[in-house]
Write a protein that binds this ligand. Structure first.
Ligand SMILES: [Zn+2]
Length: 686
């Protein structure tokens, strides 16, 4: 590794923060923390922290010695001074005299000594930073260092690489015990430039931000150089099918296998979102004949357990054209994973006195020989984090195996981290939104109703895919929704385009749970005189378009085997025809019966089909000009025209979106048509 420290940038950071009343120590601490946090070889998703010992004025204006240490919830790559809360240093140091301190009490003492009572919780590794005398302390979970410390003879290896320059601390779970042990190791040789934490990571120290940072780079580089020496060839390839099945066929099967039926709410499932990765290193890893050994040994550093669990699930190799075999074997593998996880939980919960509550037993990483790996999570964001950590594990374990044998912390140690109250707190206790873990596809998503619906589903926690003929507009709308919202081109009148769009969604999220078939357009003409080509065009979009996307979604839902929901935007025209609207109303009427046919044919598989019957909504089908001309023709004001219904209220795209959202969550409702038209007796369903 090379240092990324640039003196001019460091000075610029000092000047920048001086203008905001931040002292030089903290400004430089922010600068080098970001340097570390931006390099995934050193820091990934909250793994790592830094500190500086400085003097600040407390709230009463008195100068105080403090430790500014990374707070929870901050990303090192983008940290600001507020992400390094100041804690009274003398009070932290006094704790070293204690014989023991529970995690909960440690957090309380740390919080009680914050200068700003509103600041985030200081890192769980705060005491280690406090007990070391150096002004600057840097901590990372460097991939290269992990490959060295995850060895049976890690102490000897570190001795060989670092001589006396680094202290070696045996594995202890983060917290008071580790801080005390690390301080004792340091005291036994105060000349060390840092500490290697067995099976966990590395600390470096310095009098300046630059010294501590550059020692980190140097020590990591020494580890990297050692990894280049005496490498043996790793991972003899297993016998695999000639051709692997396609990702778009494999993902929904695995996603379904890694779902859990809710035993409290009939028809509900606990589902996960998928994030796929593949490259040469991943393939080398997942294709290895000995995968069951090295991939199941454990995590490369303890804090990965809360994101990836202790082990990934190993899927069977999916052979092209043999999807039924794959499906059976994938379900067996998932069942085995879940049983193993439950046994692991009970075994270890008994050991700690039966006080823990089991997390869901579903895998967070799935390795697929011949294809790659999936990260899984309750959201796309969590799935990406799991996949990032899985990739780091692939790299770390490959390096460890190349110079020796991958040998991480024990099962009991992993359990203690996975079920550690402080780690659980990191995941947050906020209640999950109702559609968490579900994927919703919306067609015509750049239009008024489509966009309102995509927004409503995203707010309800679903991952949304916005399909539209106008890809650019769909992208703009997806950007407005934010998060992981996906946009894709889709012409629902073109079978190949529909196939492409759904493949794209499945490759991105792993599957589909909800379809909102909304794309449509209106044609007019007196039915006895209208050109047949107009009628056919309208049927192509307003009937076959719905059928095509419903069929594509149903195939995916059947592969998942976890039910699903098909929602259709029909129209008041399907029930109450308007004069000269035959070309629009007739295919919509057919679509209304399409809903019933899907409800009938797929109810047994838990796939529901419902429709929303809306009328007079401002949209691409009812433009401002149309509203103006129609209200003029009827001698009404625009307002009276738009609210010309029993309730005298204008119906909005958001009202329609809420009706779709309700139908998506009504697990006991299928073949339903919900009317959202402000009241129109002629269009009322009997
Ligand atoms: Zn750590």
């Amino acid at each position: 590794m090379k240092t990324a420290f640039v003196e001019a940038d460091a000075r610029a950071a000092v000047d920048h923060y001086a203008g905001k009343g931040i002292n030089e120590d903290l400004a430089l601490r922010v600068y080098t923390t970001r340097l570390l946090g931006r390099d995934p070889r050193l820091v990934l998703h909250g793994g790592g922290n830094t500190s500086v010992k400085t003097r600040l004025k407390d709230l009463q204006g008195e100068e105080t010695d403090v430790l500014c240490v990374k707070g929870s919830g901050w990303d090192m790559g983008t940290i600001e001074p507020a992400g390094l809360p100041a804690v009274r240093l003398a009070n932290l140091r006094k704790l070293r005299a204690l014989g023991a301190l529970s995690d909960e009490d440690m957090v309380k003492v740390q919080r009680a000594n914050l200068i700003d009572p509103m600041a985030p919780n200081p890192s769980v590794e705060t005491l280690l930073h406090a007990f070391v005398p150096h002004k600057f302390v840097d901590h990372t979970h460097s991939a290269a260092v992990l490959a060295i410390v995850d060895q049976p003879d890690s102490r000897a290896l570190c001795e060989e690489i670092y001589g006396g320059r680094m202290g070696f601390v045996r594995y202890i779970m983060p917290g008071f015990g580790l801080a005390k042990e690390a301080a004792d190791v340091f005291d036994s040789n105060p000349k060390v430039e840092g500490l290697i934490l067995d099976k966990h990571g590395i600390f470096t120290f310095g009098a300046s931000a630059r010294e501590s940072y550059e020692r980190m780079i140097e020590m990591v580089t020494l580890a990297e150089e050692r990894l280049k020496k005496n490498r043996k060839a790793v991972f003899v390839t297993a016998q695999l099918p000639q051709r692997a099945a396609a990702l778009a066929d494999v993902a929904p099967i695995l996603r379904g296998a890694a779902s859990l039926r809710d035993d409290k709410v009939e028809g509900a499932w606990r589902r996960l979102i998928l994030d796929f990765r593949s490259n040469e290193a991943i393939l080398n890893f997942v294709n290895g004949a000995d995968i069951a050994r090295y991939s199941q040994a454990g995590v490369i550093t303890p804090d990965h357990t809360i994101r990836t669990k202790d082990w990934p699930m190993i899927a069977p190799a999916p052979a092209d054209g043999r999807l039924d075999d794959f499906r059976r074997a994938a379900h067996e593998a998932a069942t085995k994973f879940i049983e193993n996880y439950k046994a692991y939980f009970h075994r270890n919960n008994e050991r700690v006195g039966g006080t823990k509550k089991m997390l869901d037993p579903l895998p967070r990483v799935i390795l697929v020989p011949g294809l790659g790996l999936f990260g899984l999570g309750r959201s796309k964001k969590d799935a990406r984090i799991a996949a990032d950590l899985a990739e780091a594990a692939v790299e770390g374990i490959t390096d460890a195996e190349a110079i020796g044998t991958f040998s991480p912390i024990s099962e009991a140690d992993m359990f203690d981290c996975e079920y550690w109250s402080l780690e659980q707190a990191k995941l947050g206790t906020a209640k999950e939104p109702p559609l968490a873990g579900q994927v919703a596809v919306i067609t015509g998503a750049a239009g008024a109703i489509g966009f309102a619906t995509a927004k409503a589903f995203a707010v309800a926690g679903a991952e949304v895919a916005l399909l539209d003929l106008d890809e650019h507009a769909a992208k703009e709308k997806a950007k407005a929704i934010g998060g992981a919202a996906l946009a894709a081109h889709c012409d629902v009148t073109d079978p190949a385009s529909v196939q492409r769009a759904f493949r794209n969604v499945v490759e991105h999220f792993g599957g589909v749970d909800i379809l909102v078939s909304n794309a449509g357009a209106a044609w007019q003409g007196r039915i006895g005189e209208v050109d047949e080509s107009v009628l056919r065009k309208s049927f192509e979009l307003n009937f076959y378009g719905h059928q095509r996307v419903a069929q594509a979604a149903t195939r995916i839902m059947l592969a998942q085997g976890t039910g699903g929901c098909l929602l259709f935007n029909t129209s008041k025209q399907a029930i109450n025809p308007g004069p000269n609207f035959g070309p629009y109303g007739l295919p919509k009427a057919a679509t209304l019966f399409l809903v019933r046919q899907y409800a009938l044919d797929y109810g047994a598989e838990g796939i529901r089909a419902n429709a929303v019957n809306a009328d007079r909504v401002r949209s691409g089908l009812l433009t401002e000009e149309m509203i103006a001309s129609r209200s003029r023709a009827r001698g009404l004001t625009e307002k009276d025209y738009m609210s010309g219904n029993l309730l005298a209220r204008e119906v909005t795209a958001e009202d329609v979106a809420q009706a779709f959202l309700h139908q998506a969550q009504a697990l006991k409702t299928t073949a339903d048509v919900t009317t959202v038209d402000g009241g129109n007796i002629a269009a009322a369903l009997r």
